[in-house]
Design a protein around this ligand. Structure first.
Ligand SMILES: NC(=O)c1ccc[n+]([C@@H]2O[C@H](COP(=O)([O-])OP(=O)(O)OC[C@H]3O[C@@H](n4cnc5c(N)ncnc54)[C@H](OP(=O)(O)O)[C@@H]3O)[C@@H](O)[C@H]2O)c1
Length: 275
């Protein structure tokens, strides 16, 4: 099945904007036209390819305004603190029927709607977008129609799965799935360090830990069982795993995740307040 999308501009095609660009260039996606912008020319040059017009502010000072002219979809991929300035810069160059979608953490649709007069959406993808396996939260601003949300969904489905939700839940989602890949990689790093301390070489330690994470996720996906049931399958009564899990329970991993996600949520609120 082919996904057909209208003309798109990505303002700030860095890690996340670049991942979205990748999705647009993937098989089964047809886009009317794609323009992307960055500040530096070196970065812009890397993104230039057939079907993609890549502009740099360094060499084309009005790159952002040129990129959005005639674009039906405008993705804002700059850092949160830069979003208001980027929106103000493009505001009067936007097509009246453009749909502006920001992926910035913490920046509300109300803030965006205060700067541009078009319809806006807020999206929170995560880095597995790079391999088409993102989980993206999507919320509409006050002017967004059902059609706008459907276009936003189609855009982010090119890089994975989309969950539509009220904007009041976007910051919370960001602390779970937006930041989540970092939690997973951190768990992998720490278990690998433990394996090395037990005497395994770095290579073997990585193989043991990464293979275990990858295999466990695939088992979970393939099985009808819950994570708790699968955990119990590994945990024989009075066995070795039972002792290890008892230690993890004593450390109260849930309370640690509560504190970590709470800290991320507080930061999202600071960002929303312009901090
Ligand atoms: N990374 C994640 O996991 C993730 C997940 C969800 C959402 N997000 C959101 O995605 C946004 C970008 O994050 P990122 O990790 O992709 O950062 P990034 O790699 O630094 O990308 C930002 C890009 O914006 C470009 N840029 C800066 N100012 C610009 C301007 N005025 N006009 C046009 N382009 C400009 C930068 O180009 P130069 O390098 O040339 O300056 C850079 O390529 C953030 O708002 C973040 O909250 C990120």
């Amino acid at each position: 099945m082919t996904t057909t999308l209208p003309s798109i501009a990505i303002i700030g095609a860095g890690a996340m904007g670049g991942a979205i660009l990748n999705g647009l260039l993937g098989p089964g996606v047809s886009v009317a036209s794609i323009r992307v912008t960055n500040r530096g020319q070196a970065k812009a040059a890397v993104l230039e390819r057939p079907g993609v017009e890549s502009l740099a502010i360094e060499t084309t000072p009005d790159a952002n305004r040129r990129a959005v002219a005639g674009a039906r979809l405008v993705v804002i991929g700059v850092k949160p603190a830069m979003v208001p300035d980027a929106l103000a810069e493009i505001a009067d160059a936007l097509d009246p029927d453009a749909l502006v979608i920001s992926v910035a953490a913490g920046v509300t649709t109300a803030t965006m709607e205060g700067i541009v007069s078009t319809s806006v959406l807020r999206a929170m993808p995560n880095t597995p977008a790079l391999i088409g396996r993102a989980v993206t939260g999507l919320a509409g601003g006050s002017r967004a129609t059902g059609d706008d949300l459907a276009i936003g969904r189609a855009l982010f489905e090119t890089v994975g799965t989309v969950v539509e939700l009220p904007e009041s839940q976007i910051d919370a989602l960001s602390t779970i799935s937006g930041s989540g890949p970092a939690y997973v990689f951190y768990l992998i790093e720490e278990l690998t360090r433990t394996a090395v301390d037990m005497g395994f070489s770095a290579d073997i330690a990585s193989l043991l830990v990464e293979g275990t994470f990858a295999g466990s996720i695939e088992l979970l996906t393939a099985s009808a069982k819950t994570p708790a049931e699968l955990r119990r399958q590994v945990t024989s009564p009075k066995g070795t795993t039972e002792r290890a899990i008892a230690e993890l329970e004593r450390a109260d991993l849930k309370a640690i995740f509560d504190r970590a996600t709470g800290a991320a949520l507080a930061r999202a609120r600071e960002l929303a307040a312009g901090g």
